[in-house]
Design a protein around this ligand. Structure first.
Ligand code: CA
Length: 233
């Protein structure tokens, strides 16, 4: 975690903003403030923060609504958000988490606790960003290096087989049709027929199962393929 992580505070109560800014800057954070939605959106467009502190009760558009919007936006969807809520919003707090906030804290809060939560959340998210891999059971796929390891053994795959495995492993259990595989692995503007998908799945299976009994790829007759969600069971 960078000591100079950028935090955007969206809060319309000036006293709280001042207090937050003072304490967060003392911790070494770079702080931006916005008191309503348009200002927050403008700040987000200019400078993407590492974390957002978002007040629930804002004029015009509530914090919850803003949170929903930001989660739908590809630019802002992964920014960790801590919601500031008022006491007595117990049931709404749950709604807040469902709509995509990563954490919440009830006002009036202890500054020490808030700072601890901010640091914990930044640690969690930066670790997640570093761990660019998918691991299911004994199969591990590194998204940066495209290396595939099964039970400690490196599996050599061609680029199409790798892309196919990554696509299937991203959503275990979800059936991908041949058409989806074609579009995702070859691109929709390339002419390849369904048979090619089967041929490449065959190659993928051969490479990944060599020396192993369990096949992680399920064939769904007449439809397509899936990475077996029970593979690690
Ligand atoms: Ca408020």
């Amino acid at each position: 975690m960078s000591a100079n992580a950028k935090i955007l505070i969206v809060e319309d109560e000036e006293e709280i903003t001042t207090l937050l800014r003072y304490n967060l800057e003392a911790e070494g954070f770079v702080v931006f403030c916005a008191s309503y939605h348009e200002q927050a959106t403008k700040t987000l467009n200019e400078n993407l923060p590492d974390l957002i502190l978002l007040d629930w009760m804002l004029p015009e558009i509530s914090g919850i609504e803003l949170c929903k919007r930001w989660r739908k936006n590809s630019k802002t969807k992964n920014i960790p958000i801590i919601m500031l809520t008022a006491r007595g919003q117990e049931s709404e707090k749950i709604e807040g988490l469902i709509t995509g906030a990563d954490d919440y804290i009830v006002k009036p809060f202890s500054m020490l606790e808030l700072i601890a939560r901010i640091k914990a959340l930044l640690r969690r998210t930066s670790q997640k960003a570093l761990a660019e891999k998918i691991e299911i059971g004994e199969i591990e796929l590194n998204l940066d290096t495209h290396r595939v390891i099964r039970a400690g053994k490196e599996i050599h795959l061609g680029p199409k087989e790798y892309a196919m495995l990554e696509y299937l492993m991203a959503k275990p259990g979800i059936v991908r049709t041949r058409e989806q595989l074609l579009n995702n692995v070859w691109g929709s503007d390339v002419f390849v027929d369904d048979r090619s998908v089967d041929v490449h799945v065959g190659r993928l299976r051969k490479a990944i199962n060599k020396g192993f009994d369990k096949d992680p790829i399920r064939t769904i007759r007449g439809t397509g393929y899936a990475f077996d969600e029970k593979f690690d069971k």
